[in-house]
Design a protein around this ligand. Structure first.
Ligand code: FAD
Ligand code: UDP
Length: 400
């Protein structure tokens, strides 16, 4: 792999079989697969000054490995995704745990057997837990919106408590609206868990952290003789897309284009901007060994921020006497602000607007939108890798 800052004078797009826009998971996975499977010469164009997209991590001034764009915990049910990524990293055995700060008491989230006893007292908590087991079975994930629909007074009591103390204020902060107004798939990510598993991702097949960090994983993923990476280049300076053609550096481009940025940006937002939420992340280094007992504490009944992450608790890094934490403040995103579009707002109107942009590229057989931004989806890392592997399969089949 060659990594360059900026495009060289006389950059010749035609010397590449594929242009990949974005060096996050979506772009990097496609670049690697096509370089390996088809012998494609690939140019990866990334507007940031680093690879790894939103999974980027780096060592801060205190010597602590931090995640620049928010806490990233790898977890997947997919053996295919796991096998693919495991070529480029070893994994630690980190099992992510989250506590909710509910009026000063720390309770496990997803809300589980232990949380019930902390919230309702030993005896009542146990009785309510038995009712949940009778209704749903043990080791079951129950979305809060589903629990709220139950007509049983005991289940209503649990649902009301969890809705009010875990979901309502956190969701108001994160999305600016109540949990019943956001897409059910969003709150469904954090169910009530009928069981004792205290992990944030209970029952999941593979989870952990890349042993040397995410950026290292990406260095290996992109480390291939046929892949060139150009950092600090906004592709809009060289790529022009219209209904009938894609031009690179002013000339029609015949190779494949994998695009992992926001689709609306490519068209100058001419149908309107796709709505997103963004985050202000406030990092702070403290002169203590440890700040909080787990990787992340969610502030579900108080504070303006949604959660605090302590990176050492997730990476297992040992740095005596110092720790770096990060608070997340959610707010509306505006494209002209220079902020990062983190979370697509999955309302029908917005999904329809996305479809209108997608229709604009549907006739371009060599242009492939993929990833969390380009598909306007709420993907975890594994979902993006799966999507990129699927697209790669199609491209490999078309070129072999
Ligand atoms: P990105 O990582 O966003 O990569 C796209 C790249 O394209 C970017 O680097 C961007 O700079 C570049 N680009 C865009 N436009 C252009 C352009 N015009 N020219 C050049 N380059 C361009 N997932 C998990 O599995 N576990 C977690 O714990 C987790 N935590 C998260 C926490 C937060 C706060 C957020 C926001 C996301 C989290 N995710 C997590 C999701 C994860 O970040 C994404 O699924 C994944 O990183 C998306 O990869 P991608 O390649 O689709 O997009
Ligand atoms: N959520 C909540 N309280 C919590 C955790 C999650 O209300 O303690 C809701 C909230 O709406 C959030 C969604 O569930 O946006 C998904 O949470 P997750 O932790 O999966 O979000 P992410 O890590 O992607 O920001």
């Amino acid at each position: 792999m060659a990594i360059a800052s900026g495009l060289p004078a006389g950059f010749n797009a035609d010397s590449y079989d594929m242009i990949v826009v974005g060096a996050g998971y979506a772009g990097s996975v496609c670049a690697r697969r096509l370089a390996e499977a088809c012998g494609f010469h690939v140019a990866v164009i990334e507007r940031r000054d680093h690879i790894a997209g939103n999974a980027y991590d780096y060592v801060d001034d205190a010597g602590i490995l931090v995640h620049k764009y928010g806490p990233h915990i790898y977890h997947t049910q997919s053996d295919r995704v796991h096998q693919f990524l495991s070529r480029f990293t070893e994994w630690t055995n980190y099992q992510h745990k989250v506590l909710a700060n509910i009026h000063g008491t720390l309770m496990p989230v997803p809300f589980n057997h232990k949380s019930l006893k902390l919230a309702f007292g030993e005896e009542r908590g146990e009785a309510l837990y038995r009712k949940l087991v009778e209704t749903f079975g043990e080791n079951k994930k129950v979305p809060i919106l589903e629990l709220r629909e139950k007509n049983d007074p005991d289940l209503q009591e649990v649902a009301d408590y969890v809705y009010e103390n875990v979901f309502l204020h956190y969701t108001m902060k994160q999305w600016g609206t109540t949990p019943d107004q956001v897409d059910p798939s969003v709150t469904g990510r954090v169910p009530v868990f009928v069981g004792d598993d205290e992990r944030y991702f209970p029952l999941v097949a593979h989870q952990g952290m890349p042993a040397e960090g995410y950026t290292k994983l990406f260095e290996r993923l992109l480390d291939h003789d046929l892949i060139d990476v150009f950092l600090g280049v906004d592709v809009r300076d060289i790529l022009m897309v219209d209904e009938d053609y894609a031009k690179v550096c002013g000339k029609p481009y015949g190779g494949e284009i994998v695009y992992t940025g926001p689709l609306d940006e490519l068209f100058g937002l001419d149908l309107g901007a796709l709505p997103y939420r963004t985050l202000d992340m406030q990092f702070e280094t403290l002169d203590v060994d440890q700040f909080q007992p787990v990787g992340t504490v969610n502030y579900t009944t108080s504070e303006d921020f949604t959660r605090i992450t302590e990176f050492k608790n997730m990476t297992g890094q040992v740095v005596p006497g110092k720790t770096t934490i990060m608070r997340e403040y959610s707010k509306a995103y505006t494209p002209e602000s220079g902020q990062t579009p983190y979370y697509a707002i999955l309302e029908d109107e917005n999904k329809q607007l996305y479809q209108r942009y997608l229709a604009r590229v549907s006739r371009l057989t060599n242009f492939h939108p993929v990833g969390r931004l380009a598909e306007y989806r709420y993907y975890d890392m594994d979902g993006v890798v799966a999507s990129a592997l699927d697209l790669s399969d199609e491209l490999v089949a078309a070129h072999n």
